[in-house]
Ligand binder design. Structure first.
Ligand code: SAM
Length: 366
């Protein structure tokens, strides 16, 4: 069952399709806006990350190896001052912790009452690209990684950090993140449930639209998508080597091979992350964790495909209007034995762009 719910954004009404019985819960496919790239972090979002043991144990292994006796920079420490406190626990000499959001910064300050925290941690309010520290840090922990790896601006933020905040030989955690993409049809990602926003995602949708001042075609974040909807293996469409070559903009072309009959109207993307070069990777599709997957629409209608058909996909990321968060653009050509070649494209800017441009967005915002 779905119901239309009206949100009032800057004096105008925006109608949203909601599944009132569906909230984000383990193992249930649920839809919300991709929110990590926007200033929408609330207590529930931080709790989901602080309780994410799959993620946290990988970060802890890296900090345990790297931080003892060193100066550490924690970019985007969040309301729980998490990696700054863990760095102290693993013997860091001095820690700078930066947090952009005022309320998160205020809540992070409460953790300074813990033993050793106030002596070793300097908590700074603001975005890392506008703050200064001295001395430079030898280790940087930056959990500003999105479900779409680069969406939170990690490339621009880390490029600035290397230039102004870090020593020449500084090590960054995580070490490497990639985004994979596979062919899917949107409605199939929800198995037998309706394709509608989860009731508990409405608050994030409202915050994002109010932040922008108007509705726009938000990126669609799907937790626990039905795996049967993926009609082929994932291929890497975005690479962030945080201790290597880290371009601010990138373009990657891949050929996705359809491996069984079904329907395709877009691609599902998800994160794979390594905290250390030799560490166990975290694959957000294979693991229950705080990261989800992001669906990008391409074709206006579902295209029938057979095993052996091909989807040629190019994903381009360019710096958005704030010079930090990327805009994404997808170009695709679907080659099918039955219907020949069909092309499609989709633009997903960080901010703005069109509203109700694609049939999936017209369905979700009726
Ligand atoms: C994904 S959360 C991670 C929170 C915490 N570090 C953790 O791992 O649980 C990202 C946090 O970084 C903050 N943030 C993002 N970019 C930032 C930047 N360039 N400088 C300072 N804070 C930033 C956000 O406000 C948010 O609190």
């Amino acid at each position: 069952m779905t119901i239309p719910v009206d949100l009032v954004i800057a004096g105008s009404t925006v109608r949203v399709l909601v599944d009132p019985y569906r909230n984000t819960a383990p193992e249930v496919p649920t839809l919300g806006p991709s929110a990590g790239e926007y200033p929408c972090y609330d207590a529930a979002a931080y709790a989901e990350m602080t309780d994410d043991e799959e993620r946290n144990r990988r970060f802890r292994v890296a900090l345990a190896r790297l931080v003892a006796g060193r100066t550490v920079l924690d970019i985007g420490t969040g309301a729980d001052l998490l990696w700054a406190r863990e760095s102290v626990r693993y013997g860091a000499r001095q820690v700078f912790a930066m947090e952009a959001m005022q309320e998160s910064f205020r809540r992070a300050g409460r953790w300074l009452a813990e033993p050793d925290a106030a002596e070793r941690i300097s908590l700074l309010r603001g975005v890392s690209t506008e703050l200064d520290i001295s001395p430079r840090a030898q280790v940087c922990v930056a959990e500003i990684i999105g479900s779409l790896a680069g969406a939170e601006g990690a490339a621009a933020v880390l490029t600035d950090a290397r230039r102004r905040h870090l020593t020449a030989d500084a090590v960054v955690v995580p070490h490497r993140c990639v985004t994979l993409a596979a062919p899917v049809a949107f409605r199939r990602l929800f198995a037998d449930a309706p394709a509608a926003f989860a009731a508990d995602s409405l608050g994030y949708l409202k915050t994002i639209f109010e932040w922008h001042g108007a509705p726009f075609d938000v990126r669609l974040r799907i937790s626990h998508p039905a795996r049967a909807a993926l009609l082929g293996a994932g291929q890497v469409v975005e690479v962030l080597d945080l201790n290597g070559h880290l371009p601010l903009e990138q373009r990657r072309s891949v050929r996705l091979v359809i491996d069984r009959p079904g329907l395709v109207d877009g691609v599902l993307t998800w994160l794979r992350l390594w905290c250390l070069p030799d560490g166990e990777p975290l694959d957000a599709l294979a693991t229950t964790c705080n990261w989800a997957s992001v669906y990008f629409p391409l074709f206006d209608t579902e295209q029938p495909v057979e095993a052996g058909d091909l989807l040629d996909l190019t994903v381009t990321s360019t710096l958005g209007e704030d010079g930090i968060h990327p805009d994404y653009h997808l170009d695709a050509v679907l080659h099918t034995a039955n219907a020949g070649a069909r092309s499609a494209s989709h633009s997903s800017p960080y901010r703005g762009g069109g509203f109700r441009q694609h049939s999936v967005h017209r369905h979700l915002f009726p």
